[in-house]
Design a protein around this ligand. Structure first.
Ligand SMILES: [Fe+2]
Ligand SMILES: [Fe+2]
Length: 157
């Protein structure tokens, strides 16, 4: 196990991964927000409502992460420092293409789950408060994934 120079055992590596998760949450907010407005058609109504309802949830995850980054002595990154990776969740050319958006949401949630998994493992025997936070958020993301995976079954029939 890698020890760090900080007296509380909280390392920069944990802060860095929290910053990655923070950027991912904000990008998710951006794309759920965009798709919640962009989609057209009767089949999109439920999805739009769900995406709009998830925006404040994902934003609250970003807020929790920002608070934890600060508590650990880190610096919360500004917009220009955040990466953007969700090529798969851009509002589709065809606004009735609900399936592409649902698949994008499932992938975004899977990526979030993987990132929290990474943090949970890093924190083992080092930082149980951050670990607990990551477990809690990961549970939310698992619910989101299951919900949208369920929509996908119906929409792809
Ligand atoms: Fe989230
Ligand atoms: Fe989520």
């Amino acid at each position: 196990m890698k020890m760090t120079s900080k007296p509380n055992g909280h390392g920069q590596d944990i802060i860095d991964e929290l910053c990655v998760a923070y950027g991912m949450e904000l990008e998710t907010v951006e794309n759920y927000l965009a798709n919640a407005s962009h989609l057209d058609g009767v089949r999109s109504e439920v999805i739009k409502k769900e995406l709009a309802a998830d925006v404040p949830t994902e934003l609250s995850h970003a807020q929790l992460l920002a608070h934890r980054i600060k508590t650990l002595g880190g610096r919360v990154p500004g917009s220009l420092e955040l990466k953007r990776n969700q090529r798969f969740l851009q509002p589709p050319e065809e606004p009735t293409d609900v399936v592409t958006v649902i698949e994008g949401v499932v992938l975004a949630e899977e990526n979030a789950i993987a990132q929290y998994d990474k943090i949970i493992r890093m924190c083992e025997q080092r930082d149980y408060v951050t670990q607990e936070l990551a477990i809690q958020i990961q549970g939310n993301e698992e619910e989101h994934r299951r919900e949208f995976a369920g929509f996908l079954k119906e929409y792809k029939r």
